[in-house]
Design a protein around this ligand. Structure first.
Ligand code: ADP
Length: 488
């Protein structure tokens, strides 16, 4: 908007007309005081100011306008009837004017000047606005950066306080932060700790996981720089996502060397103990069998029943010790599988016969599906062991209902055998653990005896046959344990 200041209403009228007919928005003031009041209230892009006015003349008004931050940059064109003496012109420019036009006004010249100054001021204002917005944006960015930096610093302080070795990597997989514990195992920030020659290479394993965008978890021995000793660590490296993309990675090495040593000692103890127990037990069994045979010669011998019970208990003890021995064989990689072509149905029939022979008459076993009456390569004794384990568990964990269904199913790739019971079942979230060593479902562990190793051995046997093993179960409804064997 343009402000015209003149004490003569006629002048104002003609100037206003001229500017409005050229699309300017116009405001007017009849005195210097009125002009100052309006200029402080409104935004003007140009002031056309008459020099000769009573009370406050144009120069005074211009000086006042240049004293306020709001108005100091608004261009002023002076209008004067006074002849253009140099001193007036100088005074005009000194007091903040941008140009000087004498009366009588040449409308074309005034219009040209008004347009030029008006546009200049509009551009000036637009530039100031842009600059102000840029400053705001810049300030916002700086604040965000400062917040992010303080968050990262806080995160790093936390990582420093961890008892583990902790580190982070950027999206390119380069280490960009390590805590102080890192330097017990690595000379510098860039290199991963040195691993045992028999263990995996960390960088290679990590690159594999990075390609797939998956976390890495690895038990690995790394070398301590001071004493050059290798210690077992659990290495975990997890991706941190920002939307779909990996922003960076967080990693830790947790020292598990003591746990590993204790676990090894326990395995060694189990192995020795089960070996040592097996020898006297074999002798006890042999002598008891002799005694039983002797007593059988005399039909009236009531002690025979006790001897038979003793033999049953010896068999139970024997199978517990055999299981423990199997566990230590698995640990040492010595559980050997001797595969030969066998009739699978025959193996299944043998297992069923053993179970029906040893369990009470209330156990009912139904068979469903087509019988696998064909030869496939397997270790007969070990597969029978798996079946007996499934069946024994089905009876043991179904105290109220001794009905069992054995289902067989074959397609072109594999054969599948499942054992279904209608017993206590297993809670959903515990099913995946039942094949782990020494795992027993808490709810049933007090009520039913066991060591929690039968299914662990079964899964090792099936793995060595390149098959799969699994369970589906409903708490309080029953369970179905199954395994598959490949046909080729
Ligand atoms: P054990 O029976 O000696 O404890 P297993 O390794 O055979 O050891 O089984 C592991 C655990 O799985 C058992 O302790 C039990 O909690 C659960 N389990 C196995 N079979 C069944 C089943 N048929 N029904 C319910 N729970 C079962």
């Amino acid at each position: 908007m343009v402000l015209i200041v003149d004490d003569n209403p006629n002048n104002i009228f003609s100037l206003k007309k001229l500017l409005e007919s050229n699309d300017f928005e116009v405001d007017t003031a009849l005195s210097g005081e009125e002009a100052l009041g309006k200029a402080l209230k409104n935004d003007y892009s140009l002031v056309i100011l008459d020099v000769q006015m009573p009370d406050m003349d144009g120069f005074e008004v211009a000086e006042n306008l240049s004293g306020y931050s709001k108005t100091k940059d608004v261009p002023i064109i002076f209008l004067s009837a006074v002849s253009i003496e140099k001193k007036f012109i100088t005074q005009g420019y000194r007091s903040g004017g941008k140009d000087y036009v004498t009366k009588p006004v040449d409308p074309d010249i005034l219009l040209l000047k008004a347009k030029t100054f008006y546009n200049l001021q509009e551009n000036n204002l637009a530039m100031k606005k842009t600059q102000h917005n840029l400053e705001l944006e810049n300030r916002g960015r700086k604040e965000a950066q400062a917040t992010m930096k303080s968050q990262i610093d806080h995160f790093h302080v936390m990582l420093q306080a961890l008892p583990q070795i902790a580190f982070t990597l950027n999206e390119n997989g380069e280490v960009d932060f390590v805590n102080c514990k890192w330097y017990q195992y690595s000379e510098n920030e860039k290199d991963f700790p040195e691993t045992h020659p028999d263990d995996h290479n960390i960088r290679e394993q990590f690159e594999e996981c990075r390609k797939r965008g998956k976390a890495l978890e690895l038990e690995i021995r790394i070398k301590n720089i001071k004493n050059q000793a290798y210690r077992y660590h659990l290495l975990r490296m997890s991706p941190v996502f920002e939307g779909e993309n990996i922003k960076n990675w967080v990693g830790t090495f947790t020292d598990i060397d003591d746990q590993k040593r204790i676990e090894k000692e326990k395995d060694e103890f189990l192995s020795i103990a089960s070996h040592e127990l097996k020898t006297p037990l074999t002798s006890i069994k042999a002598y008891t069998q002799l005694l039983s045979r002797k007593l059988k010669q005399n039909d009236e011998n009531s002690e025979l029943m006790y001897v038979q019970k003793t033999l049953d208990q010896i068999d139970k003890l024997n199978s517990l010790i055999t299981d423990l021995l199997d566990v230590s064989k698995i640990e040492n990689g010595k559980l050997k599988i001797n595969k030969k072509p066998e009739n699978l149905n025959q193996v299944l029939e043998n297992a069923l016969e053993t179970i029906l022979h040893t369990s009470g008459s209330d156990v009912k076993i139904e068979r469903h599906g087509v019988k696998p009456d064909f030869m496939i390569p397997l270790d007969k004794i070990r597969i029978e062991q798996v079946l007996i384990n499934f069946l024994t568990n089905a009876i043991k964990y179904s105290p109220e209902n001794h009905q069992i269904i054995v289902t067989t199913f074959t397609d072109e790739k594999e054969v599948r055998i499942s054992v279904t019971d209608f017993g206590i079942g297993i809670p959903d979230f515990k099913q995946e653990y039942v094949f782990q060593k020494f795992y027993r479902v808490e709810e049933s562990s007090l009520q039913f005896q066991g060591l929690g190793i039968g299914l662990y051995i079964c899964s090792e046997i099936i793995n060595q046959h390149h098959g799969t093993i699994g369970v589906s179960s409903e708490l309080g409804e029953g369970s179905t344990f199954y395994f598959t064997l490949p046909l080729n």
